[in-house]
Write a protein that binds this ligand. Structure first.
Ligand code: MOS
Length: 737
């Protein structure tokens, strides 16, 4: 490509390499556990060995006498702290060490601080507790379990499901179960807390530094301006970083009480009990249809596991209310309080599980009707939101089916189960639709151009590996008319303008809009400065009629009449110029549209060993309507990552709780299996569709839609290969024998 062409090629959309890539692969990107401050001590957690009951007495004397120990906090001597905010995920986890009550195995019951991490760990093993144990509730279907009932009013009831079911020509009833999964980012979660008087600085593994700041301010009763939370690199999150966890509060509490900076790095087993997990659940589906495949009834109910003392909210069935055109719909989600560690959002929370049930049931219905599964979905496609009749802001799902079926070679499928074979391998083709609803929260950003013509843009966001550093730099560079290497985007500091969480697949769109706004305002400020100067070539040019190219502001189409940022700053004797921007979520009522979110169609080929039941995923084609794609490379990586997560969820991931003790039995990387390279075939990812009409950046969000649909597409392919309908995740070998 010639220089001229490469300069013309738009920055946004291009598959630009990660700007943080070199720092990551050379080991110079500091993750939370890499930070240290002078004089820091080290913390270690002591965890409950019962799942329910109370602590009668703590024995800390041996630990207190152990080498290097500075202090031991228990509920008997810990200061009381306040509870954090209610966020979009529900109430904050309860404050640590506040009473003698035990509600799950692995609950933090003491915090030991010592001069070295080894001393802290050794002393933590010397702490003993006398318990008064009670029988734990560990089965989510235990009738004694209290239910949290629809705290946010997401349950749906539309039409007359009973009457429609009675008149349906074809009906189907099925129960699906999904396991607990644990996020397991590679980076162990770490917190480093340092106080200076009443001012607190914290390094923390978080996807949402502003929320951690609020939580710490509320815990210690200090103003938010006295708390600074830093996380320039996260080390993976998958949702585990969306909370201010009790260990974060504990670390800051210990640092305050002991007047020493304290650092805590969780162990891998502690990652299973301390930073959330995907909750298990049971789903009951009842479907009614006409003989030619028109859906008349979807009745989707779930029971989901929840811990005793928090209100994490994860409505599995809710997306069934708008996935298809169907006049009579019930969705109902109930959460059962049992003695497990706190669950939280994990990689397409709710949609991943709900979509497994719905898309499996539709495959079952297709077989009952003798209809192609793609055809069944085409017949029930809707271009309006069935909840309110408004058109979707953008939905290229029909194109997803068409392109996916073609690339995959769906027409080669003989629909009869066990009909396709390759030697001893039973071959199966399966497909599923996927959606992930639109999500956004308010965001703010600040843009500065400095005397050397370079730009610095910032916001208190995080980059959990999704490409925030890169994509925001691309957006700013394009808006400011600067080459990418003249723009730096900084994040991961709660002192920067507020950002939303890196979650819900929403950050790129919402923050991108705020970055755009900041950059537009900055260009305007420069133009207005120039406008006022008699010597400026821009004098008299209306600020709306300019564009920026190569660091120069000029009338539209006239780069020869421009003036550079550097020249304007110099004339006004300014070292830099700054502007602030913000964004708020679009309002569907004002748009007259329903915000669509992302859609996709997933096509999967599996191979099942006819004798051994060994299941391999052989091919995956993902066709995604992600709206406007801001960076083709990082967006594709998102879908690939989601697909790998989906394969793990479907074939391996299962956090096993001992049904008697409540102890997690496989809390190591040796025992908790995730998908590795050998489990993942070549993944075909295609983006289709148009920029979304309802969002300022045209994006829909392309994180979690990559995972949704993989589980049912695999399960449906397994049915096609073997004739066995597996209604539980993970699909293990024993189920196929
Ligand atoms: Mo994601 S579960 O919204 O980090």
């Amino acid at each position: 490509m010639s220089t001229v062409e490469s300069r013309r090629r738009p920055l946004v959309g291009a598959g630009v390499n990660r700007v943080d890539g070199p720092r990551k692969v050379t080991g110079t990107a500091p993750y939370p556990m890499d930070f240290s401050v002078p004089g820091q001590a080290y913390g270690a957690l002591v965890q409950s060995t019962i799942a329910a009951g109370r602590i009668v007495r703590m024995h800390t004397e041996a630990a207190e006498r152990a080498p290097g120990v500075i202090g031991v906090l228990t509920h008997e001597n810990a200061p009381r702290v306040g509870t954090g905010p209610v966020t979009v995920l529900g109430a904050s986890p309860p404050a640590p060490l506040r009473n003698d009550r035990i509600v799950h195995h692995g609950q933090h019951i003491a915090f030991v601080v010592a001069e070295t991490p080894e001393q802290a760990g050794a002393a933590a093993r010397l702490v003993r507790a006398d318990y008064e144990a009670t029988e734990p509730l560990l089965d989510l279907q235990d009738p004694r379990a209290e239910h949290l009932v629809d705290p946010w009013g997401m349950d749906t009831s539309r039409g007359d499901t009973a009457a429609a079911m009675a008149s349906a020509e074809v009906t189907l009833r099925a129960t699906y179960t999904t396991a607990d999964n644990t996020h397991n980012p590679l980076g162990l979660f770490a917190t480093l807390a340092a106080w200076e008087g009443d001012t607190l600085t914290v390094h923390d593994t978080s996807q949402w530094p502003s929320m951690v700041r609020t939580s710490l301010a509320m815990a210690f009763g200090i103003p938010e301006s006295s708390v600074r939370v830093l996380v320039p690199y996260v080390g993976g999150g998958f949702g585990a970083g969306l909370r201010a966890w009790p260990h974060v509060i504990l670390t800051a509490m210990a640092a305050r009480v002991l007047r020493r900076p304290v650092k805590l790095v969780l162990t891998r087993p502690q990652m299973f009990t301390s930073v959330g997990h995907r909750p298990s659940g049971v789903q009951w589906l009842r479907v009614g249809a006409t003989r030619d495949g028109e859906l008349l009834v979807l009745n989707h109910r779930s029971l989901i596991s929840l811990s005793m003392e928090d209100n994490d909210y994860e409505p599995f069935a809710s997306a069934t209310a708008f996935a298809y055109r169907c006049p009579n719909v019930i969705t109902q989600d109930r959460q059962a309080r049992i003695n497990i560690a706190v669950p939280t959002s994990m990689r397409a929370p709710a949609e991943a599980q709900g979509n497994f049930a719905l898309e499996s049931a539709l495959d079952e219905l297709a077989y009952t009707l003798g209809m192609d599964p793609v055809e069944l979905r085409l017949r029930n496609h809707t271009d309006v939101d069935p909840r309110n009749g408004l058109p979707w802001s953008g939905k290229a799902l029909l194109e997803c089916y068409e392109v996916g079926a073609r690339r995959f070679g769906w027409s080669r499928r003989n629909p009869r189960p066990r009909s396709m074979r390759d030697g001893n391998w039973l071959v199966g083709y399966g497909m599923a639709s996927a959606l992930f609803p639109y999500f956004a929260q308010p965001c703010a950003a600040q843009a500065t151009v400095r005397g050397d013509g370079s730009a610095l843009v910032r916001s208190a966001a995080t980059d959990i590996g999704t490409g925030t550093y890169t994509v925001m730099a691309q957006l700013a560079a394009e808006e400011l008319g600067l080459p990418l290497d003249m723009v730096r985007f900084d994040l991961g500091d709660s002192d920067m303008p507020n950002s939303m969480m890196a979650g819900g697949s929403g950050l790129t769109g919402a923050l991108g809009n705020a970055v755009h706004d900041a950059c537009r305002r900055l260009v305007r400020s420069f133009t207005e400065l120039a406008w006022a100067s008699p010597e400026s070539p821009l004098r008299g040019v209306p600020p709306d009629d300019v564009q920026c190219t190569g660091g120069t502001i000029h009338p539209v189409g006239r780069p020869d009449l421009g003036e550079s940022y550097v020249e304007i700053l110099a004339r006004h004797e300014l070292s830099e110029l700054t502007a602030n921007g913000k964004s708020s979520p679009p309002v569907p009522e004002e748009l007259g549209m329903s915000l669509a979110g992302a859609y996709g169609a997933k096509f999967v080929e599996v191979r099942v060993d006819a004798d051994l039941g060994l299941l391999r995923v052989a091919r995956v084609v993902s066709v995604i309507d992600g709206g406007r794609i801001l960076n083709e490379k990082t967006a594709r990586s998102q879908i690939i990552g989601g697909t790998v997560g989906g394969i793990g969820m479907t074939l391996f991931e299962d956090t096993v709780t001992d049904p008697h003790t409540g102890r997690i039995a496989n809390a190591t990387f040796g025992d908790y299996l995730v998908a590795v390279n050998a489990d993942v075939p070549e993944l075909d990812v295609v983006f289709v569709g148009e920029p979304d009409r309802g969002t300022a950046t045209g994006t829909k969000g392309v994180g979690e839609v990559g995972l949704v649909g993989i589980a049912p597409a695999i399960a449906n392919a397994v049915y096609h290969a073997t004739g066995k309908r597996i209604r539980q995740l993970p699909i293990t070998l024993d189920a196929l024998l």
